[in-house]
Structures are given as C-alpha cells and as structure tokens.
Design a protein around this ligand. Structure first.
Ligand SMILES: [Fe+2]
Length: 197
C-alpha cells in the first residue's frame, strides 16, 4: 500500500484554487471604484493567498510539491479588470452563491476521510471556517450592490419623471407667453386706435 496520503489531491486542489482566487480578487480590488467592495475583496484575497501558501507548505511537509492546475486564469483576470460593474463581476463569478446557509456545502465531505492527520485536519478546519465566512461576506456585499443598483434605478425613474414635468411646464409657459404677447399686441392696437381718434 502506498504511503501517499489519500487526501493529497484535495490539498493540491485547495492550494491551486486559493492561489487563483487570490490573484483575481487582488486584481479586482485594484480596479473597483468602491472602497467598501475593495475592503471586502482585500480581506478575502488575503485569506485566499494565505490558504494557497499554507496548503502548499503542508503538501511540502508531507513530502510532495504542489502541481499547478490546468485552469486558465486569464478569463477571470480579464473579467475583474474590465469596466463591467462590481455586481456584474460578482454574479458572473457566482461568488454570491457560495454561501449555502444551513444547506450542505462542498466542505461537508472533507472529513469523511478518516485518515487525515492531525496537522492537516487542524488546517482544514480553519480553512473551512474561513471559507464559509468569506462566502457570507460575498453574499452581504452582493446584497448591498444589488440594493445600490435598485436605488440608482429608482433615482433614474424619478429624474425621468421630473424631466417630463419640466418639459410640460416649459410647454405651458411657452403657451402663456404666446397668449400674453398676442393679447398685448391686440391691446396696443386698441390704444393706438384710441390715440388717433
Ligand atoms: Fe477560497
């Protein structure tokens, strides 16, 4: 039987995925115009980067090396550095759906492998707790972005309504001006006639 830990693939997948997330969240944080979004992104990016390094270190301690994944990071980097909105980026990456509430998530099965050693188990436990907290932060951030979007569309509707009212008012003022001018020229004519009598 091989001495190779059965959970080595899991550790490698975590190290690679966390490194990718750190890269694109950091790039996004440098692009966003929102200080609030940047604060969330930097907090989670720091966790992701630390997870990538710590799991890489654990793999090394177990006598192996991290094997890079096949995923192409370019698409995620291109998306987060584009001029699309933060809300659009978050929904495209589905980050707001990571939080599963009380429902089962991908982490529930991690400890089904009873051969996990103590040091790796401790690392996985902290990792899972931090990932779930990050998922909740994304969900809250998404809700605020959604709220802001709804607020701005309400503002746009109000602005359009005000513009319509101002246009109608301008039309009425024009009509009034035209009526006054017509009346004025009519009465001037009368006065002129009166004076010539
Ligand atoms: Fe992560």
């Amino acid at each position: 039987m091989s001495d190779k830990p059965s959970y080595l693939g899991l550790l490698n997948a975590i190290a690679v995925a966390e490194g990718r997330a750190h890269a694109y969240l950091t790039a996004w944080a440098e692009t966003t115009k929102s200080d609030d979004v940047r604060a969330v992104l930097r907090k989670i990016a720091a966790r992701e980067g630390e997870h990538a390094m710590t799991f890489g270190r654990r793999i090394n301690e177990l006598g192996y090396d991290v094997r890079p994944g096949d995923d192409d990071d370019a698409a995620a980097i291109a998306l987060v550095t584009s001029d699309r909105s933060d809300l659009d980026k978050m929904e495209t990456l589905k980050l707001h759906r990571l939080d599963r509430g009380d429902k089962p998530d991908i982490f529930d099965d991690f400890f089904k492998d009873h051969s996990i050693d103590i040091a790796t188990g401790a690392l996985l436990g902290r990792y899972i707790a931090e990932e779930r907290d990050s998922a909740q932060l994304f969900k809250q951030c998404h809700a605020l972005l959604k709220q802001a979007e709804r607020g701005s569309s309400v503002d746009d509707d109000r602005l359009a309504s005000l513009e319509r009212k101002v246009d109608a008012l301008c039309g009425t003022v024009d009509q009034l001006c035209a009526a006054v001018t017509a009346t004025d020229s009519g009465s001037n004519g009368s006065r002129t006639k009166a004076r010539t009598k």
